[in-house]
Write a protein that binds this ligand. Structure first.
Ligand code: FES
Length: 266
């Protein structure tokens, strides 16, 4: 180890926090602002318990899916109503905690919030303010290893979102209907599948622990496709934050009567 390196920490012995002169603080700052804004919006919406469903067109916002509270309207409850209707319990309380944990433990989001919130470190070649670094080897960060289990649960919830989007093509009075809301719901579901299937745990699930790809051609094929998606995982992570907020806002706006759904058929 050279004399310019601290033997105990392995870090360069320079007084300056960083020698970088570019605007390295901009990406973590932008991430911080975007995450805080999104979480604030999602929290308000999850507890609003209103304007989550458009009965004329069957649009259900993903923030309330599956709608399983006794406060849910019957047409929006495709999986029964069994949770008590109290103000502190979101109508989709069976799915929201798992979706939160899925994103919180996501490999990409970890990088983003370790940089933007914990400054650990905030950017490459910028020293972190913490004196000790234990990585994800201790509680609570060791729980990040549970990500693969949240992946399976999130996969089921994505299928439920897809089911909601398909049901919305059937008009409550009978017949087929198509509006801008249907297109928004479908685009959101496609992006959610992109995010879920591009997950690192998905890549491991389909192609991991194999010694010979040649003996497992189907899994190899799947692994190849998931690997391609995986290179865009961070893009899906951001795209789904946008699509979830846009979908929810559109459903709220139509449900509240602020705007009319743009109808194409029916
Ligand atoms: Fe991002 Fe699994 S969802 S790595």
């Amino acid at each position: 180890m050279s004399s310019t390196t601290d033997a105990s920490t392995g870090r360069a012995t320079i007084a300056a926090r960083t020698l970088r002169t570019d605007r390295w603080w901009l990406p973590p700052l932008a991430t911080f602002v975007a995450f805080v804004a999104w979480v604030a919006y999602a929290t308000v919406r999850a507890f609003m318990q209103n304007h989550y469903f458009v009965p004329e067109y069957g649009y259900l916002t993903p923030f309330y899916s599956p709608c399983v509270s006794t406060g849910c309207v019957e047409e929006a409850s495709h999986f029964g109503r069994f949770l008590p209707d109290v103000w502190w319990l979101p109508y989709a309380a069976v799915s929201l905690p798992f979706l939160l944990l899925f994103r919180l433990t996501c490999y990409y989001y970890r990088k983003a919030y370790y940089r933007a919130f914990w400054l650990s470190p905030p950017a490459c070649a910028v020293a972190e303010p913490h004196r000790r670094y234990t990585g994800e080897t201790r509680f609570p960060l060791i729980l990040q290893n549970a990500h693969r289990y949240f992946f399976y649960i999130a996969g089921i919830i994505t299928l439920i979102n897809a089911y909601d989007a398909v049901l919305a093509f059937a008009k409550p009075g009978g017949g087929f209907g198509l509006g801008l809301g249907n297109i928004i719901l479908v685009v959101n579901v496609v992006l959610l599948f992109g995010y879920t299937l591009s997950c690192h745990s998905c890549r491991s699930a389909v192609g991991g622990r194999l010694n010979h790809f040649s003996k497992h051609p189907v899994r190899y094929k799947l692994w190849t496709q998931v690997s391609k998606l995986n290179t865009r995982h961070n893009q899906f992570a951001w795209a789904t934050l946008v699509s979830l907020a846009v979908t929810d806002f559109y459903v709220m706006a139509v449900s509240a009567g602020w705007i009319s759904d743009l109808r194409i058929v029916g």
